[in-house]
Design a protein around this ligand. Structure first.
Ligand SMILES: Cc1cc2nc3c(=O)[nH]c(=O)nc-3n(C[C@H](O)[C@H](O)[C@H](O)COP(=O)(O)O)c2cc1C
Length: 342
């Protein structure tokens, strides 16, 4: 299968996975794959256009959860109670506030990345200053030769670390983007000025955009008023945000933004992908609607995996408007807006 080039971002195909849902692309335990969706046990991750890691920071962070992944089965009830304070199901989606809980960039590059060399990877990084982004980029540059990963994705759009990223975006783009030996993708938030941020990204040499990150959200216990999430606010993901993601992608194109766009937001089926391609996306990303389930729902993981493989096949056969669409599921998708962007 031919690779797909979105500018200088080279993917295996147009279907990638969204940051964090598959952890670092590999788990330390096969029985209970801590840190990643158990559905991943039944799908070959090497078949995706790319697998995007959880957001990595300069130092390890517990965030609002834990980086520990050696829980004995007896400790599981406590772990699950804690889990419920960072991830909650809600109508048509999920709210989460993990708060960038991660092992840190050094441990990732040393202990996880080498075990995912058969994947195409997008490394997601996050920080609270331009200096931290520069350090992250430098560390990836030294550990990963140019061309070995698809891109580094800058997460400056997370709602559960309680930080105003608009204050640092300019300096992050000015200082960190030119240092990267790898293409840089900027992940946009629907809650910030994404049109201005996208234009700013284009001016600073960013290669592509991911749209969208989660939507800032809140859930309260109806009897006590106490927030369900430890961080009070969290990010809404899943089916509920698909129309918002579509709006953002379409508005970016309407505003003349020409950078390639990887669409993220509520995608689960080939039709979801079709909608996003129509809106102007160049690639699509499977997130929580695909990889998250209720605990009993995970028993159906092999069936979820069958559905994911079907979506993969459909997207792999998809051809942009300039060539002939060959896939019956995506046949007829001629994203007219694509004609005027690279
Ligand atoms: C549990 C969970 C954790 C997430 N963690 C991250 C993260 O670490 N970095 C990031 O950029 N996005 C993170 N996201 C956002 C997703 O990558 C994705 O962009 C977002 O959920 C919208 O897509 P979806 O509706 O398909 O899930 C997370 C989402 C969920 C549900």
């Amino acid at each position: 299968m031919d690779e797909v080039r979105l500018g200088d971002v080279v993917l295996r195909n147009r279907l990638v996975t969204s940051s964090s849902l598959l952890g670092y692309g590999v788990s330390n335990s096969t029985l209970v794959p801590y840190g990643m969706s158990p559905i991943a046990l039944f799908v070959d991750l090497a078949r995706f256009g790319a697998v995007t890691t959880r957001t990595l920071t300069v130092q390890p962070r517990e965030g609002h959860f834990t980086t520990r992944d050696d829980w004995p089965l007896t400790a599981l009830p406590g772990l699950l109670r804690r889990y419920a304070t960072v991830l909650r199901g809600t109508d048509g989606g999920w709210v989460n506030a993990f708060g960038w809980c991660n092992v840190g960039i050094d441990a990732y590059l040393r202990d996880y990345y080498p075990r995912t060399r058969d994947h195409r990877t997008i490394i997601s990084v996050g920080g609270f200053s331009a200096e931290e982004f520069v350090q992250l980029v430098d560390k990836v540059n030294s550990a990963v030769p140019a061309g070995d990963i698809a891109a580094v994705e800058f997460n400056v759009s997370c709602h559960n670390v309680n930080f105003d990223f608009s204050a640092i975006l300019g300096s992050v783009l000015t200082e960190a983007v030119p240092r990267s030996a790898h293409p840089v993708i900027l992940k946009l938030s629907p809650d910030y000025d994404y049109l201005a941020n996208a234009r700013q990204a284009a001016r600073h040499g960013v290669s592509a955009l991911t749209a969208i990150n989660t939507v800032k959200a809140l859930r309260l216990n109806p009897r006590t008023g106490v927030p369900l999430l430890a961080n009070r606010y969290g990010g809404l993901s899943g089916r509920a945000i698909k129309p918002i993601g579509l709006r953002v992608v379409a508005e970016l194109r309407d505003a003349g933004v020409r950078l390639p766009i990887i669409a993220s937001g509520g995608i689960r089926t080939a039709d979801d992908c079709r909608e996003y391609f129509w809106a102007g996306a160049d690639a699509v990303s499977l997130g929580s609607a695909t990889w998250l389930a209720s605990y009993p729902g995970y028993a159906l993981a092999p069936l979820h995996a069958l559905r994911i493989r079907r979506v993969l096949r459909a997207v792999q056969r998809y051809q942009p408007a300039s060539t002939t669409p060959a896939d019956p599921d995506l046949d007829g998708v001629h994203p007219l807006r694509r004609a005027d962007h690279p």
